[in-house]
Design a protein around this ligand. Structure first.
Ligand code: 13P
Length: 251
């Protein structure tokens, strides 16, 4: 059966020293509890190797927040999937709405990134989600389905089973405006149905679908109680040990 997962996405926050201290804090806090979910932190590229050295990877997973759409070569400033894998990270966040919106990442680009991640044994945490206008005009289910179909449905069932999905309604990211548990459940159940149609019920049932967007200790338990919400992808609240652990322990 699918895993429950709470993953942090630090975005472009913390310098190296602050980031290592935060990772150590989460690592320490995890020693004192029995978490009912897998816990992952997504950190800036510069932090990957030192954070990997500072944490117990059997208790705390490590993710990059992106990777390049090429394996190697003359792409100044880019960081490839093999480079990410060489730091010890096991996951990579791909398709975040901020990457789609500010860096022009299309489904075509994301398809390439997903393939490179999988070739390098990185599990993609693949983000999908509609903007406010699409929520309001009622096209949100279709928008999210298209994002999934276009970037992921050429994968074999075996490769697809390595993907973690994160539904992040763009209107809920960093706005303090969380989707209601019912809105999240509606979308997550819909996504699972889309996966079942393509890959069969077993693959669909085994896929973890996380919710992201203003998730915090005060609303995590209600969201995670929904049958198709398998955890969270946490932005702001992952930058503080206490609030992140408040979400981890919501399971
Ligand atoms: P916030 O939790 O800050 O709304 O961000 C969510 C997010 O974008 C995680 O990837």
């Amino acid at each position: 059966m699918r895993k429950n997962i709470v993953a942090g996405n630090w975005k472009m926050n913390t310098n190296l020293q602050e980031g290592v201290a935060l990772a150590k804090g989460v690592n320490e806090a995890l020693k004192n509890i029995t978490a009912n979910c897998d816990v992952i932190i997504g950190v800036p590229f510069t932090h990957l190797a030192p954070v990997n050295d500072a944490i117990d990877s059997s208790k705390l997973g490590l993710a990059a927040e992106n990777c390049a759409d090429h394996k190697s070569g003359a792409y100044t400033g880019e960081v490839s999937a093999p480079m990410v894998a060489s730091t010890g990270a096991k996951y990579v966040i791909l398709g975040h709405s901020e990457r789609r919106q500010y860096y022009g990442e299309t489904s075509e680009i994301l398809k390439t990134k997903v393939n490179l991640a999988l070739e390098n044994n990185l599990a993609p945490i693949f983000c999908i989600g509609e903007v406010l206008e699409e929520r309001e005009n009622g096209s949100y289910l279709n928008v999210v389905k298209t994002q999934i179909v276009d970037a992921l449905f050429e994968l074999s069932a075996d490769d697809f089973s390595k993907i973690i999905l994160a539904y992040e309604p763009v209107w809920a990211i960093g706005t303090g405006k969380t989707a209601t548990a019912e809105q999240a459940e509606e979308m997550h159940a819909f996504i699972r149905g889309v996966l079942a149609e393509k890959y069969g019920q077993e693959v669909a049932d085994n896929t973890s679908i996380l919710y992201g967007g203003s998730c915090k200790p005060s609303n995590a338990a209600e969201l995670f109680a929904k049958p198709n919400v398998d955890g969270g992808l946490i932005g702001g609240a992952s930058l503080d040990v206490e609030s992140f652990m408040g979400i981890v322990t919501a399971f």
